[in-house]
Design a protein around this ligand. Structure first.
Ligand code: GLC
Length: 616
């Protein structure tokens, strides 16, 4: 079998050499043509034997798209390219520009000596969220409140379509963290505080994302992250920037890690995970990226993970100030592809030196490349390396937006409802709406939206919560909106109801670590004005996590948490006015006070327990 492929390759090389025709290098063609008669494992081995050390290390290199040219992709045989948070094309943020960007890099890769396609990745953590016009789903904490596996599978499918249409066939999602401290800036990226809850929803999302019939005849690959214990770090243990929790030291002994943080990974492996991203966090003083025990003995050995492990963004660099030592440690620990993400040559030269010095074995390199090539072949990348542009018409489609609107409605949790104020009648004579979050697409989407940290304002095509309310009420209803809660009408009148839609400003990762868990001052002032002026006050919180509201709660007649609903804000009105029922339940415990964090700390009952949700 193998000799036949090698002869074919040799013949192809001769033909190209003789004619000088700049055809796609024979190896890619040969690999594709052998799909019918050779297994993936056999084709991987045949390819591996043809590769030089430089080409092998090139495949282990993942570079940010602004940091290299297509010529360098070809020269260095780069294995992967990514768009980090906000990594849309510099030309314009459109599906066509994305597809052109990815395809240009891909064509260069196919023109390399071996013609191995790159895998292009981005964070599609709540839709293809770097792309303007993509449908933006609720962030995971809201989907945890909805707790609907079928819905998750549908969201995975739609996300795959919208990403594949632009050539991004590798999604750095789902996050399978199990947040134990909601002060964490990534709490909203987690589905829930319980591993079984996370496992069920993450597996469903991954099955939808990676389904063979969604993009067919290729597929999008997910990346459960971040292995291991990212959501269980101790306050003040981070050494990154001014982060407090993110990238810190995970609390607990091995039994605790295995009970709380590990189960979702077995679930997503069973659901077909082919890539796992390692965590910046540490455990017992060792960086996860440096832990051969957890990465190799446990994940690859005990749990049988046969895919590849990708590092996080420059995470290897954190292992040791000596870059050579850091690279040797990480690759020997089990990292297969390094999200460098800037200086490709520095990584390639460093790892080459380590192999030549015998500090990283050829076998370790071959194992990493074997894993990477296996994923690329499994997902159909050799046969279909380019953007599935025939799907562009589905991006942001009414059907996709309707799914997101359903997800929003299912994510809402009703926490207080005095005198059964909710659901509201659509014929209310006077409605007074206040709060910036009522009319701000960027706030309702949160971080990881167009920009890494997200951004307030009209950054995406969306239906705001206010627009949803205005569309829901009767024509004769008078709706007055003021973001500061200052009204010309009388919000205290007998026929008036107030809705304060207030929320957090967008954030991502450790920049969102919060010691206060409070609303921004302008939103607090708007809320206070409405607490004083309104006779009946409904509060809708737009937030990535529980906030400390214990003292204010008695002033509110009703309380709904909408989490970070994304582009389809009308889903909030659907439930406020009774078109859809309240079904959401808390996926995380709502603390009464800071001393109850991390989960399980302090004394007394929480303000609202995990699983709480009223259904009027
Ligand atoms: C970030 C995040 C990770 C993301 C990666 C690429 O730092 O930690 O979740 O997938 O970089 O954007």
């Amino acid at each position: 079998m193998r000799w036949r492929l090698l002869c074919l390759i040799g013949l192809g090389l001769f033909i190209v050499g003789a004619c000088g025709a700049p055809a796609a290098p024979p190896i890619a063609t040969a690999v594709v043509n052998q799909a019918a008669t050779m297994s993936i494992a056999e084709r991987v081995e045949a390819l591996l034997q043809r590769m030089t050390l430089a080409e092998k290390i090139g495949q282990m290199t993942l570079i940010e798209k602004n940091s290299l040219t297509p010529d360098q992709v070809r020269e260095l045989a780069i294995g992967g390219i990514l768009s980090g948070g906000g990594g849309y094309p510099t030309t314009e943020n459109s599906p066509q520009a994305w597809a052109a960007m990815v395809n240009t890099f891909q064509q260069a890769a196919l023109e390399s000596r071996l013609g191995i396609p790159i895998i292009y990745g981005a964070d599609g953590v709540h839709g293809h969220n770097n792309l303007y016009g993509a449908v933006i789903f609720p962030h995971n904490i809201g989907l945890g409140a909805a707790n609907d596996p079928l819905l998750m599978e549908q969201i995975g499918r739609v996300t795959a379509i919208e990403m594949a249409a632009t050539g991004v066939l590798w999604n750095y999602a789902p996050g399978v963290m199990v947040p134990q401290d909601v002060r964490w800036g990534r709490a909203y990226e987690g589905y829930a505080e319980r591993p079984d809850h996370v496992a069920t929803l993450a597996s469903a999302f991954l099955r939808g994302l990676q389904a063979a019939d969604v993009v067919a005849p290729q597929r999008v690959i997910g990346t459960p992250k971040h292995f291991l214990g990212d959501g269980g770090t101790a306050w003040g243990s981070s050494k990154t920037e001014n982060y407090a929790l993110d990238q810190g030291e995970t609390i607990g002994d091995e039994a605790w890690l295995r009970a709380v943080h590990l189960p979702p990974y077995q679930a997503v492996i069973d659901a077909g995970a082919q890539v796992v991203m390692a965590s910046y966090s540490s455990w017992q003083g060792t960086k996860m990226h440096a832990s051969s025990y957890w990465l190799t003995e446990v994940l690859k050995g005990e749990m049988g993970f046969t895919g590849f492990i990708v590092s996080d963004w420059a995470a290897i660099d954190q292992i040791d100030p000596d870059y050579y030592r850091a690279v040797v440690t990480a690759i020997n620990a089990g990292i297969d592809m390094n999200m460098v993400p800037y200086d490709a040559r520095r990584f390639i030269d460093t790892l080459t030196r380590a192999v030549q010095a015998g500090e990283v074995s050829e076998e370790r390199i071959n194992d990493a490349v074997r894993r990477i090539l296996t994923v690329k072949m499994t997902m159909g990348l050799f046969e279909h390396p380019f953007a599935a542009t025939e799907l562009i018409g589905q991006i942001g489609s009414p059907a996709h937006r309707e799914l997101a609107r359903t997800a929003v409605a299912k994510s809402l949790v009703l926490l207080k409802n005095e005198q059964q104020l909710l659901p509201l009648a659509k014929s209310i004579p006077h409605l007074f709406i206040g709060g910036q979050a009522a009319n701000d697409p960027g706030m309702q989407a949160g971080g990881w939206t167009i920009e890494w940290q997200g951004k307030t304002g009209p950054i995406i095509p969306a239906t705001t919560i206010l627009e949803g309310i205005q569309a829901a009420v009767a024509p004769q209803t008078v709706v007055e909106y003021d973001r500061y809660g200052r009204f010309s009408g009388d919000p205290g009148a007998d026929d008036a109801v107030c809705i304060a839609v207030v929320g957090e400003l967008p954030y991502a990762e450790g920049r969102g670590d919060s010691a206060q868990l409070s609303l921004p001052p302008t939103e607090q002032r708007a809320l206070q004005r409405m607490e004083e002026a309104c006779a009946r006050l409904v509060v809708v919180l737009v937030t990535g996590r529980p906030l400390l509201i214990t003292d204010s709660l008695p002033k509110w007649d009703a309380l709904v948490v909408a989490w970070l609903p994304g582009s389809e804000g009308a889903g909030v009105a659907d439930v406020l006015f009774g078109d859809r029922p309240f079904t959401g339940r808390l996926p995380v415990t709502w603390p009464r006070s800071l001393d109850q964090l991390p989960l399980g700390s302090g004394t007394g009952e929480p303000l609202f327990p995990y699983g709480f949700g009223l259904q009027p």
